[in-house]
Design a protein around this ligand. Structure first.
Ligand code: HEC
Ligand code: HEC
Length: 235
């Protein structure tokens, strides 16, 4: 047997072991711990801003992320969703090697810091000009959205805070596509298993069409910033 083949077998065994561990993890949204604690704490918005200064380096002072999808828009995301995602990233239930070191307790603090920064981010007004897709298959995108996504992400992509269903309307297209693909293909480990099931039959073309449609859904006016808005907290 060649050395390469042996190495491959070893790697396969590691992957199998990792998958088995994943299978033994707590069910979706049942990790408890820091998430549960942060949900009950009263947020301190002033400290939220202080914590957010670390985050702004990547997510930008406005929380608008980057059009190229490297960094998602966070502004306007539901508080419970932000708390869950942050707690998942810190607990390594969702891989995010770029952000991980900056999100740890030793960098920003414990459950209270999560509650504070989530409350701060949730009230930032959203980007009025997110990155959108090519616009070539919007009718297909709309049809797929209405048939497969509305029950969780709601009519207009606004999500449901109490159920931890993210707001996806007006998010950058390229970020949406990356997450959708990772959820479909099992790479985003904290994903809701019902969503994973729902989208198994989606081709790459379907995925691009539905995400293009979603990136163009307009958030309500009252949570949308004017074009060119700059976060005055960062003056
Ligand atoms: C070094 C860059 C960097 C820093 C600093 C950073 N992030 Fe992130 N963050 C990212 C990247 C990259 C992603 C998207 C990862 C992916 O594609 O899965 C992300 C994703 C997220 C998400 C998930 C968004 C979603 O829609 O599910 C949340 C919430 C988040 N960051 C919050 C924060 C907070 C709060 C801070 C500050 C404490 C922070 N980030 C600091 C890079 C960063
Ligand atoms: C059964 C409910 C459910 C259905 C159906 C569903 N989703 Fe989701 N979706 C979720 C949940 C919950 C999350 C957050 C996962 C987690 O816990 O990390 C999510 C996450 C996402 C994300 C990542 C958001 C982010 O900010 O990182 C995208 C994109 C997305 N869904 C798109 C879709 C689309 C498009 C459809 C329809 C084709 C769909 N979802 C159907 C529940 C659902």
């Amino acid at each position: 047997m060649t050395a390469t083949r042996l190495l491959h077998m070893a790697a396969t065994a590691v992957v199998a072991a990792t998958l088995a561990m994943g299978g033994a993890m707590a069910g979706w949204n049942e990790s408890g711990g820091e998430q549960e604690e942060a949900l009950t704490l009263k947020p301190d918005l002033e400290n939220g801003l202080e914590v957010y200064e670390v985050c702004a380096a990547c997510h930008m002072p406005e929380g608008w992320g980057m059009e190229d999808g490297t960094f998602p828009q966070l502004a306007g995301q539901h508080k419970n969703v932000l708390i869950k995602q942050l707690a998942d990233i810190r607990a390594l239930n969702r891989d995010n090697p770029t952000m991980y070191p900056f999100a740890l307790p030793k960098s920003i603090g414990g459950a209270q810091a999560i509650a504070d920064v989530a409350a701060y981010i949730a009230k930032l007004p959203m980007n009025p000009q997110p990155g959108v897709g090519p616009g070539t298959d919007l009718a297909l995108g709309e049809k797929l959205y209405k048939e497969n996504c509305v029950r969780c992400h709601a009519e207009n992509g606004e999500g449901i805070d109490e159920k931890y269903y993210p707001r996806i309307q007006g998010q950058h297209y390229k970020y949406l596509v990356r997450q959708f693909e990772w959820i479909r293909d099992g790479k985003r480990r904290n994903a809701n298993p019902d969503m994973v099931k729902q989208i198994q039959g989606f081709s790459d073309k379907d995925m691009q069409a539905v995400m293009d449609y979603v990136s163009r859904l307009k958030p309500p006016d009252k949570i949308l910033a004017p074009v060119g808005w700059e976060n005055p907290d960062f003056d």
